[in-house]
Ligand binder design. Structure first.
Ligand SMILES: C[S@@+](CC[C@H](N)C(=O)[O-])C[C@H]1O[C@@H](n2cnc3c(N)ncnc32)[C@H](O)[C@@H]1O
Length: 281
């Protein structure tokens, strides 16, 4: 897809999308010139952006490993799943729970197209749906085929809440999902936050100028949206600090233009992904 002369039917290649920009940051090839330019524009202004994005994907691995290996979860609902990449949720989960069922949910049609090509197994599927309407997602026939809501489920909302600018929609999305889950279920989440209001607003402005639907929040903005459930230690933190593991499988490297930004975050991040794991008792 890196071939800029190829335009797939039904895919808008004139505006960047979070799924394709994220793919570029992870070293993937399922992105277009507009996505690559948007990522470069972002990291030129917020130099830690590339590291933060990649830290989120490493966090995803540790979260899914914790849920499958340590908490014994065998059902995963991955909301805003993104394009298939390395260490996808079903691959990590099935490493520790071979029978794990995984439903990927995303509203970007490109995710559906690529996901369908990748996921042929009976235990995994991908659906195109809007996660801000969780009742619709939870009623979807494929979700009900693979997920038994009488048993514990892990609902993942990783690096997605900033794609929903309306606070009430985020709160409602988390709350309706929690309502549908059996005791012993988990909710994992992360969201881009700025260290202060000015930084968060500047980051939001940059994303909005690029055509993204976006809201970078502060921790103080995000916390009231989080359901009141038990927080798995260490709670909600910079995702780089959530049970860090220097021995976890590394990510692929990045395209040459992004390489100067690898490792640029240092100790003074102005923007980070803030997240963690909650348990419904
Ligand atoms: C940055 S990616 C995150 C991928 C993955 N969750 C991770 O953390 O590695 C965000 C994804 O959320 C999806 N997304 C944004 N808004 C959505 C919505 N309302 N419903 C479903 N998916 C959405 C985007 O299309 C994109 O693929």
């Amino acid at each position: 897809m890196a071939d800029q002369t190829w335009t797939p039917t039904g895919i808008d290649t004139s505006t960047p999308t979070p799924a394709r920009m994220y793919d570029y940051c992870l070293g993937g090839k399922d992105n277009f010139a507009v996505d690559r330019e948007a990522v470069l524009g972002f990291v030129t202004q917020f130099r830690e952006g590339l590291d933060v994005t990649r830290e989120n994907r490493l966090f995803l691995y540790r979260v899914v490993r914790y849920l499958a290996r340590d908490a014994g979860i065998r059902q995963f609902l991955d909301m805003g799943s993104g394009l298939p990449t390395q260490a996808n949720v079903h691959e990590v989960a099935q490493q520790f729970q071979p029978e794990a069922h995984v439903v990927y949910v995303d509203n970007d049609p490109i995710v559906l197209a690529h996901g369908r090509a990748l996921l042929s197994a009976d235990a995994t599927t991908v659906i195109q749906a809007d996660m801000t309407d969780p009742r619709d997602v939870l009623a979807h026939p494929d979700v009900n085929r693979l997920i038994d809501f009488d048993q514990p489920v892990a609902a993942l909302f990783l690096s997605v809440a900033h794609s929903i600018p309306d606070d009430e929609q985020v709160r409602g999305m988390f709350a309706a999902t929690v309502d549908a889950l059996a005791p012993g279920s988990f909710l994992a989440m992360s969201q881009f936050v700025g260290v202060d209001r000015e930084t968060a607003d500047a980051h939001t402005r940059k994303a909005t100028e690029m055509g993204l639907v976006w809201k970078t929040r502060t921790v103080e903005d995000f916390e009231p949206l989080v359901p009141d459930l038990e927080r798995v230690p260490p709670g909600l933190v910079d995702v780089a600090d959530w049970r860090p593991d220097p021995d976890q499988p590394p990510l692929s490297s990045v395209d040459a233009p992004l390489q100067p930004f690898l490792g640029a975050s240092g100790d003074d991040k102005q923007v980070k992904e803030y997240g963690g794991v909650l348990r419904k008792n």
